[in-house]
Design a protein around this ligand. Structure first.
Ligand code: NAD
Length: 304
């Protein structure tokens, strides 16, 4: 299968390396020239448990090289989804599909406005990765990957992709209700990301400190109300699930925390900002998410 990955940062490189090692024809596309050049000249280094594995994989900054792809995986940050979807459109062959495993809400909808919705697969992954430098990533965590068609067209052709992923060691399940899965992941990010980013704390600290916990609950409750208004009923214990994830990832800075620490644009519009956006047409008040979104935007618009 010809697989093109658009956005070959931490996660794109991780998935690309696993799929390439299992024998798939993988191309990494990125705009980061040093990263591309290092991968093409020295291979992609993947650090795991202190050991670095060097993977032979092709990388390019030219989207034309992805033409004729059976599968395009979009792994840019959500701020870049529109551009990546337009690029994906140029790569897909007639039967090709596009998959987003990005965080946040709205990516699959943006892609579906550009690419035939019957070709759009969405999902979540519990793998974790970090960029260490050009041509070098760390595989930081392993967990399930869940995929499903974003529009209600059934999931029958997803078995090929599921098999290819499972053969590559990416434990993958097909979900009929992928909207619920994406919402669940969104709620985790709604509860943890902006609050840790604004306060400089690590994930575990939201569990220990009652006023922080109350803020998390308030943001999550608002998001659940918005989900319900859009036809998605989240589990009653979803707030507890947020605290469980925060505890399990206690020593980590959230991805938004890391973005703010490094003065990079955040994915706020796809996380708390998406709750605000989706609340609007349902006329639901979401003051906590609105405030968190405005504070993160103030912060990122005033980076030095
Ligand atoms: P990243 O910043 O490491 O990688 C994004 C890459 O996209 C960068 O290398 C960047 O140069 C590239 N890029 C930007 N614009 C581009 C364009 N127009 N065309 C091609 N490439 C472009 O980000 P990441 O951590 O890999 O995260 C990617 C997505 O996956 C995000 O939505 C994130 O929330 C989600 N995610 C990340 C993790 C994780 O552990 N890192 C886990 C689950 C989900």
């Amino acid at each position: 299968m010809k697989i093109t990955i658009i956005g070959a940062g931490a996660m794109g490189s991780l998935f690309g390396s696993l799929l390439a090692q299992s024998g798939q024809n993988v191309l990494l596309i990125d705009i980061w020239q040093d990263h591309i050049d290092t991968i093409n000249s020295q291979g992609l280094g993947v650090e795991s448990d202190g050991k670095i594995n060097n993977i032979d994989i092709k990388a390019s900054n030219n989207i034309q090289d992805g033409q004729g792809s059976d599968l395009v995986i979009i792994f840019v940050k959500s701020t870049q989804t529109q551009q990546a979807a337009a690029d994906a459109q140029k790569c897909l062959n007639d039967k090709g599909k596009v998959l987003t495993l990005q965080n946040g809400m709205g990516n699959a909808d943006i892609i579906s406005q550009i690419i035939n919705p019957e070709k759009v697969i969405a999902g979540t992954t519990s793998h974790g990765a970090t960029i260490l430098g050009p041509g070098l990533i760390r595989h930081a965590g392993i967990g399930p990957t869940l995929i499903g068609m974003w529009s209600n067209q059934g999931n029958t052709d997803l078995e090929d992709i599921q098999n290819i992923f499972n053969n590559a060691g990416i434990d993958t399940k097909i979900e009929n209700n992928i909207h619920l899965i994406v919402w669940k992941k969104l709620i985790i990010n709604v509860g943890i990301n902006a609050i840790t980013a604004l306060t400089g704390i690590k994930n575990g600290k939201i569990v220990d400190h009652p006023p922080t916990g109350e803020l998390v609950r308030a943001a999550v409750t608002e998001a659940c109300d918005v989900a319900l208004a859009h036809g998605v009923k989240l589990p009653d214990d979803i707030a507890e699930q947020v605290f469980t994830v925060a505890e399990a990832t206690g020593p980590n800075r959230s991805s938004m925390g890391q973005d703010v620490d490094h003065q990079r644009p955040t994915e706020i519009d796809a996380i708390n900002g998406a709750v605000v956006h989706l609340a609007k047409d349902k006329k639901i008040a979401v003051p906590v998410n609105k405030t968190l979104t405005a504070l993160i935007k103030t912060m990122q618009d005033n980076y030095k």
